[in-house]
Design a protein around this ligand. Structure first.
Ligand SMILES: [Zn+2]
Length: 506
């Protein structure tokens, strides 16, 4: 009788913005947010079932093929600054100890982000994979999937058999990327040997220029997904746009390719790199000022909302989601039928719940995170709706996932000159799903201006209802104007933005 194939599976996700004010301690990985909390053992199967998360895609395919899985643990935290040493060591230890206990292990699959910086390692995933490789030895298949915003490192490549990466931003293909990882695992278990290669792109480009439904990323990802389509042997490529607000040596976009023949792999890598360098002048990194964007939105005559992306205060990229630049500008410009989501301010939410529906109160909204130069918005507010933060996402990215965002409130700025409302929440969450507005009784399609604290993910759900979408530079801890950042650790020579200046030796 042949023994059953046994694969250890797990996940450890963090996207680290080293310019953000708050670190990620263990408690951030334990709690439920827009994704499940830390989940161990067989509970993983139920928790992940049907979700658009890489490990869910891997599990589904493995179970269909009757592969025995050893569920280790899966966790994630909302993007922020450094993962604490204590959090990294506690979670990495659990993963390594669990893998070590499995008898007759045949492979390891890990669902990682690829941009984790810890207090003690620039490359969190590289360190984790180095430890896993040391346990399982050089020959066992170790396959990982990564986020499109991964800063892929040499260490990650060296300690894995193969890597898959999301090909969409907004990330609609997360589970599919896990499925591709499963297919590679299946091939590796049959003895197929892959040769991999890596090329780093010589310039950074901000998240606002990484959307895969806009050029040039649309064409680049089309080319990436076409690799190997006409070959009989296995040959594939992946591309990560990188996560620029990470002051580390290997920050930036990366191309990977895998195949059975080194020459073939190298020529694919060189072709894709040439295509990306050719596209360098076409990355759109321009942002509007709040006044420009609001005034343009107020001139709109189409009977649909104009969506303003408060891209630099996107908690999904580690920002605090409590800056007030766009809110202040909406009121100053006397905007009408405008709603902003999602301002993080648990204290004001609590006050609103105490004040009660229909009542007014005076407070200082936002700026609680103490980000330099960010002022709170002082005003009277009327409580227009209160909610518990428990609802189901409806947009394609998080479809059918359960949100547990804690108490929330819809507040109207009491000011006769404008019609401006703010959705305030107790948890930091990127505003990427129309269900956030509807949970507070706001029908987004009926508004004139919607402001979302998001860089690109909102586009999957909001672009279809928008008259137009404008990307705005208001204050925030997710800087999109990269030449304004004081990097210290980037590799010398990398250009700080497309066609931009080079990083100088420190
Ligand atoms: Zn991402």
């Amino acid at each position: 009788m042949t023994k059953p194939i046994r694969i250890a599976i797990g996940g450890f996700q963090h996207e680290t913005n080293t310019f953000a004010p708050h670190k990620a301690p263990l408690s951030e990985f334990l709690k439920v947010d827009s994704w499940p909390g830390l989940t161990e053992g067989v509970a993983l199967f139920d928790v992940m079932s049907g979700l658009n998360i890489p490990i869910a895609g891997f599990i589904e395919a493995a179970q269909q093929n009757k592969i025995k899985l050893h569920p280790v643990l899966w966790c994630s935290a909302e993007p922020s600054s450094y993962v604490t040493e204590q959090a990294f060591e506690a979670i990495a230890d659990k993963i390594c100890e669990s893998i070590q206990t499995v008898k007759n292990l045949d492979g390891v699959y890990l669902d990682l982000h690829g941009a984790m910086v810890t207090e003690h390692f620039e490359d969190g995933e590289g360190e984790l994979l180095r430890r896993v490789r040391a346990i399982v030895g050089p020959d066992m298949p170790v396959i990982i999937s990564l986020d499109l915003h991964a800063n892929v490192t040499e260490e990650m490549v060296a300690n894995t058999t193969a890597i898959t990466i999301f090909r969409t931003y907004p990330h609609l293909d997360m589970a599919e990327t896990g499925l591709r990882a499963y297919q590679l695992m299946e091939a590796a278990l049959k003895g197929e040997k892959l040769i991999g290669g890596i090329r780093k792109v010589p310039f950074l480009f901000p998240l606002t220029a990484q959307c895969t439904s806009l050029e040039p990323c649309q064409s680049i990802y089309q080319a990436v997904s076409q690799v190997g389509k006409n070959t009989t042997s296995r040959l594939y490529a992946e591309f990560a746009c990188g996560f620029p607000p990470a002051d580390i040596f290997e920050c930036g976009a990366t191309i990977l390719a895998y195949g059975s023949n080194q020459l073939e792999v190298d020529s694919i890598l060189d072709e894709l790199l040439a295509q990306i360098i050719d596209a360098e002048p076409h990355f759109d990194i321009n942002l509007l000022t709040p006044d420009q964007a609001i005034q343009q939105a107020m001139r709109n005559t189409v009977n649909k909302p104009v969506v303003l992306a408060d891209a630099q205060d996107n908690s999904g990229a580690g920002a605090t989601s409590d800056t007030t630049g766009l809110l202040e500008a909406l009121v100053r410009n006397k905007a009408q039928s405008a709603v902003l989501g999602l301002m993080h301010d648990p204290q004001v939410v609590e006050l609103a719940h105490q004040t009660g529906l229909g009542n007014e109160f005076k407070t200082s909204l936002g700026a609680k995170s103490g980000l330099e130069g960010v002022m709170p918005f002082n005003s009277s507010f009327r409580v227009e709706a209160l909610a518990d933060g428990n609802f189901t996402f409806t947009g394609d990215m998080y479809k059918d996932s359960a949100a547990e965002l804690g108490p929330m409130a819809l507040l109207r700025v009491v000011d006769d000159g404008c019609d401006v409302r703010v959705i305030v929440g107790s948890e930091r969450m990127q505003c990427l799903d129309l269900a956030i507005f509807r949970h507070l009784g706001v029908e987004p399609t009926q508004q004139k201006i919607l402001v979302v604290k998001s860089s690109v993910h909102f586009r999957a759900d909001f672009d279809p209802i928008a008259a137009e979408t404008l990307v705005v530079a208001a204050p925030g801890a997710h800087p999109c104007e990269l030449t304004k950042l004081s990097y210290k650790n980037l590799r010398p020579g990398i250009r700080l933005e497309p066609m931009g200046p080079e990083q100088k030796n420190q």
